[in-house]
Design a binder for this molecule. Sequence first.
Ligand code: PLP
Length: 421
Amino acid sequence: MSLQGNSTVRFDANLTTERPTFVTHLECSYTGERYEADTVHNLSKAGKPLLVRYDIGGVKKALTKEALAERPQDLWRYRELLPVRRVEDIVSLGEAVTPLVPLPKLAARLCAAELLVKDEGRLPTGSFKARGLVMAVSMAKSFGIKHMAMPTNGNAGAALAAYATRAGIRTTIFCPEDTPEVNVSEIELQGATVYRVNGLIDDCGKIVGEGKAKVGWFDVSTLKEPYRIEGKKTMGLELVEQLGWDVPDVIFYPTGGGTGLIGMWKAFAELEAIGLIGSKRPRMVAVQAAGCAPMVRAFETGDEHAPRWEDAHTIASGIRVPQAVGDFLILRAVRDSGGFAIAVPDDAIQAALNEAAREEGFLLCPEGAATYAAYKQALADGRVSRDERAVLFNCATGLKYPLPPVQRTLERMKPIDYSAF
Ligand SMILES: *Cc1c(COP(=O)(O)O)cnc(C)c1O
């Protein structure tokens, strides 16, 4: 059976293996109230994100190290811990496991033991938003949803457009007016209708909310449907498996809506519940830009929630999120893990991006560069020690962002002084 006309044998092989699925119910992340699985949901009655729960005993029997060893290196290798029940609902573009790339020169320069980057830029649509949206769209397809809408800073919209188009679902997408040109273009080209809005992402979110109320759009805003977290969770599953069923000491995560941080934290709990890891957890560090740092402010004041950050600005557009519905989940994971929240200014982000590109040949995206800048700052402040194994997240390919112009030219009709190169 072929999943999609043009998917490769590699991905087909995994997806054609029918396996039982284990979702039992959903749960309000704030009140613990139980919700039925297999029906369309957005937020809970309390207005909080819903979390998917599984039959842990069943998963434990099916998702063993031995079973995993036989499976292809893609996101669907963890199907027992994912919500899609029927193979025919899976809308794949080839979600390969992303590599953990060492940065030995930068580590040596900082006298640090080990510095690894999980390079999420390799995913379809060039960012880790693919992990969340492949899950949300596959679930939407299973429910027969016809029209999805989303506010986006760029990458989420691109991933939604791509997967929804593949699934035959209509999409309407709203982004802040200064969203990078490449994102707006890729969204439109991949079959969605996209609008630039004179506001920030939460202003765009309000339009989606009204469209949901007035004309029944399905709202796929960050954490406002339950399945993007499940897709993002696979970052934690992959990371642990790649480290030989161990967790790193510390994870630096560029935090906007926090889906990935919350998802990984959930992944570690589920891996412990099924006996694949112990109780050790990495310290979770939420990295934000100094121009938009609501989580850092709430972390420092000891608050459970993070009020809106006014006049948000940063070159790292993926983390320009003034207010997050999952604020309390981000702060809880950071605090329970013994981690912290840290803000870095744009000039440090740009310097970190330049340094990694020049020294390691690794073109980070600005959000990924923010994690490297934060790591350096945390080492200098003694919040992280040199012998800790640190993992940074590079969440998108650096090629999606505006790059500095180069002016140097060569006049080939004149004599060339080869000794000058
Ligand atoms: C969306 C995004 C983030 C933030 O991810 P969350 O899990 O929503 O906090 C970081 N970097 C890039 C490149 C993004 O697109």
